[in-house]
Structure formats: C-alpha cells, structure tokens
Ligand binder design. Structure first.
Ligand code: NAD
Length: 491
C-alpha cells in the first residue's frame, strides 16, 4: 500500500488522497484543491477532489466487501479490530494531533488532550459495547416463539464536518463497522488530513480492503452530492448544518436512504442566582470559547437571573480576558484560529449584525492585536441584544456569546425554547427540584445540570427540532447501524 510519509517527531501537513478498496490513489493535479493552513493563510498541502466517478468506485468496493469475506468476520474479530484501531490511534496520538491542529487551527494541546484520545476511546468503547449487545426474544404462550436477528444495514455514506474531524468521524465509524457495515467516508473539505491517516491505521488493524473507503471533496456537485444521490448507498450518517441535512435528504429521497443526523445548535446556558457563580464562570468560559466556540454543544446564549447578572458578567469577562488567543502550536494558547476564510467571514458578519442590532461588546469583536495573519478572533461577549435579534436566534459557531438577564423561571424557559434548534442546554442551580423541573421543560436532546460536556457514551446523543434526526450513543448507535428481522417460529 502507499504509505503516508510522516515522521513521528515533526509532522508536516500531508497531501490528502482518496483511499478506495484498500489503496491510496495518486492525486490527479487537475482534480485537486488547496489545503490552506488557517493560522498562516498559506497553502500547506493539496487534497484530491472526488466526484461521481470516485464515489462510484468507492461504493462498488464497499458493496463487494459487504458481500465478500467481511460477511464472515465474526463479532469477536470485529471487536478485536476496533480495539486495535483505538490502540494504533493512541500510538500515533501526537502526529494525529499535529495534523488536526494544522488543518483546523485549533490549539495542538486541545487536539492532543481531547480530540485524539477521544477518537481512540470511540473505538475502544464500541469494541467492548458491540460484544454485549443482545436481541429480543418473546414467547407467545405455547403458540409461538419470536426472536430478532440483527444484521448490517449495508453500504453507509458518512459526510462529516470540520470542527472535530477525527473525533466525530470515529464516533460514527466505530459502531458502523463494528456492526458489519461497509463505508464511504467524506471528510469536510477544510480538514481532510486525519481521516487520510486513519485509513492507513484501519488497514494496519486488519480491516479487509473495501470495508472503509475515503473520497475527498466538497458538497453539492462534488463527493458529498455524489454520496447523497448514489442509489447503492443504503444509509447516510451526516454531521453538519441543518440546511445541508435538508439538501442531503432531498438528494437521497429517491433511494429512501436511512438517515442519522447530528446538526447545529444554539444552546442556552441558564444560570440561576443560587448557583455557585465561580464554578459557573469556570465552566461557562469553556462552554463559550473552547475550540474557538466551534463545538456544536457550545453554550452560545447565556441567560442569567437578574440578581446574579452583574456578578456573573464581571467574573465571566475577567476570566475570558485571561484566555490567550494565539498560534496553535504555542504551549500557552487557549484559543486558536477559526477554520477557514469563509467561516471567519461568516462569524465576522454576525459581529457586524450585532453592532447593527445595538449590541454592546463587553470584550472582543475584533482580531487580536499583534496577529496580522490567520483567521483569529478575540473571545467576544455581547450584551444588550433583544431576544429576536439574529445573533440570539442563529448559530454563529465561533467564539461569540450573548448574555441576557432574566427575572422568572417561566420567562427563561420560554426564551431558551424560542429557537428552531434543540441540541443541548446547561442549567445551573443548587435547587434540585428546580434543576429537574427546568430540565423537563427545555426542548433539547442533551441537558446538563450543574455541568457541561460530561458524556457517557452509552447515553443517547443528538438533537430535537432542527438539531438532528435520531440519536447515537450506546444502543442507539447499534440500532442505527443494524437492520432487524423478526423471526416467528410456530410452536
Ligand atoms: P456543513 O453542513 O457545511 O458541511 C458538513 C459536510 O457536508 C461537509 O463534509 C460538506 O462538504 C458536506 N456538504 C455540504 N453541502 C453538501 C451537500 N449539498 N450534499 C452533500 N454534502 C454536503 O457543516 P460544517 O460547516 O462542516 O459544520 C458545522 C455545522 O455542523 C454546524 O452547524 C455545527 O453545529 C454542526 N455540528 C453538529 C454536531 C452535532 O453533533 N450535532 C457536531 C459537529 C458539528
């Protein structure tokens, strides 16, 4: 096979090639695009651009593998492969973390402590989990016995975003191949490198050729569109924006694809005055600005009970000011660069909108001083916006949060729910009854009380309303990546 040339000590950006039927495909320079480093704005590598032809070859390879020897690989063997993939990711942790930081602009320290270890854990978790999955059986008096058979869905298309590239891809890939499916992966065009290396790891772990294929490219009219339309793709696992989800749904409608969607969020943090404000502030700084605010679970609408508003805002602003915006590979960097020029412009357009809407910039709203290149933005806290302002309604997906006071529980619940999104929420109170009461009324798939981002991979993960279709995590992932047949035996 073609080896990705990476030395383990000083990792440079790599060209991203397609991986089809167990082989990397040499890049045709006429069908490629530039990979731009978001922290320097320089071209750091090239990426192969696939379309119908490459996706078709990848789907054929996936179909052949599904009907070939992969079918007879036992659950225990698949579990061992998942474990091995997780182990190999950890062996190459630093190299993968460097590539992730080069591609996304995020701090290397974050990629090395969160993205890559969690990518390995996704495989380790499902290596164990798939071996514990049972099926249903019912005895109907003395008349019949019913039992359920679980089998793969088939060829799955995976279309992924750029914010947590390897973490989110592996979150889907592990249960998908664990349940015996085959796959065509399309990473986001801005962040193709770690997925490219993952193919080498998957091959080394003994996964047969054709089980996992990778085609790079863009969305409509490119690799993403070709996967969505392909009549021989049985299911799509998509993470990205709601409008893209809708386009993929339309493109796949003729072939009635099974869909799993994790989409955007405009998540509220609801802070009651009885909460431990220092603890709230420490967590809110993370939930606002970690990964440059480019996490679907980031709390971007902060609601604070009026009697605690001034104290919260003062302490929150002071802590946010301590964050160092800087180069991804500087040890003390907390906030890196936004992923691309296009996204940087989009986030900045919301800064302009907030100004037009009469928002007050407590901090931020501009490029940090002393950094002339790269897509850097200071952590930004905006107050004074009305509830119907676009900055409160629409997902910005950057280091920009709004803070709004509230007076009553009813009022804040209404405001928190007044959006098309329903991904996550965090509620802060020391009143246990109120914690439950408010949580039960918030329209979101993931609700934390007195914490944020605390995950157990067995729990359902996903969003309500325009934030998602279906759930993943534990049994929910197993259910999506398998088809059930009920078998009835007359006794
Ligand atoms: P995006 O929707 O622009 O792109 C996601 C992927 O879809 C990319 O690979 C892109 O090339 C592809 N794509 C775009 N248009 C397509 C089309 N018409 N057909 C097929 N494929 C197409 O999203 P993004 O900007 O990469 O990611 C940011 C979004 O993802 C935010 O809304 C964020 O909240 C969301 N997100 C959600 C979760 C979650 O778990 N709910 C996690 C991470 C990100």
């Amino acid at each position: 096979m073609n080896k990705v040339m990476i030395t383990k000590t000083k990792v440079q950006a790599i060209d991203s090639r397609h991986f089809i039927d167990g082989k990397y495909i040499e890049i045709d320079k006429n069908k490629s695009f530039e990979n731009i480093n978001p922290a320097t704005e320089e071209v750091q590598a090239i990426v192969a651009e696939g379309g119908k032809e490459e996706v078709d070859a990848a789907v054929k390879a996936a179909r052949k593998a599904l009907n070939g020897p992969w079918k007879n690989v036992t659950l225990e063997e698949r579990s061992k492969m998942l474990r091995k993939i997780g182990d190999l990711i950890l062996e190459r942790q630093e190299e993968l973390a460097r590539l992730e930081a080069l591609d996304t602009g995020k701090p290397f320290s974050l990629a090395n402590s969160v993205d890559i270890p969690r990518a390995a854990y996704n495989f380790h978790f499902f290596a164990d989990y798939i071996t514990s999955v049972g099926t249903d059986a019912y005895q109907q008096n003395s008349e019949a016995l019913h039992y359920t058979l679980r089998r793969p869905v088939g060829v799955v298309g995976m279309i992924k975003p750029w914010n947590l590239p390897l973490l989110l891809l592996t979150w889907k890939l592990a249960p998908c191949i664990g349940m015996g499916n085959t796959v065509v992966v399309k990473p986001a065009e801005w962040t193709p490198m770690t997925a490219t290396v993952l193919m080498e790891i998957i091959k080394e772990a003994g996964v047969p050729d054709g089980v996992v294929n990778l085609v790079h490219g863009f969305g409509p009219g490119s690799a993403g569109g070709a996967i969505s339309e392909h009549p021989d793709v049985d299911a799509i696992s998509f993470i990205g924006e709601p409008s893209t989800g809708s386009a993929i749904m339309k493109a796949g409608a003729d072939s009635l694809k099974k869909l799993s969607y994790e989409l955007g969020g405009k998540n509220p943090n609801i802070i009651f005055a009885d909460a431990d404000i220092d603890e709230v502030v420490a967590t809110t700084v993370k939930s606002s600005f970690i990964n440059q605010g480019e996490v679907c679970l980031c709390g971007s609408r902060i609601y604070v009970e009026r009697s605690a508003y001034d104290e919260f805002l003062e302490k929150f602003t002071a802590k946010a000011k301590e964050l160092k915006v800087g180069q991804p590979f500087d040890k003390d960097t907390n906030v890196g660069a936004l992923v691309s020029k296009e996204h940087y412009d989009r986030v900045n357009s919301y800064i302009d909108i907030a100004r037009e809407e009469g928002g007050k910039f407590v901090i931020g709203g501009k490029r940090p001083e002393g950094i002339d290149k790269g897509y850097f933005l200071e952590p930004t806290i905006i107050t004074g916006l009305k509830n119907d302002s676009r900055c409160i309604k629409e997902e910005i997906f950057g280091p920009v949060v709004t803070v709004v006071p509230f007076d009553t529980e009813e009022e804040v619940i209404e405001q928190a729910n007044d959006t098309h999104y329903g991904l996550s929420a965090s509620i802060w109170t020391t009143n246990l009854k109120r914690g439950h009461r408010v949580a039960h009324q918030i329209e979101a798939g993931i609700i934390w009380v007195n914490t944020w981002f605390l995950r157990d991979l067995r729990t359902p993960f996903g969003g309500m309303k325009h934030s998602g279709v279906g759930r993943t995590g534990g049994m929910h992932s197993i259910d999506f990546y398998s088809e059930l047949s009920n078998i009835t035996i007359k006794l």
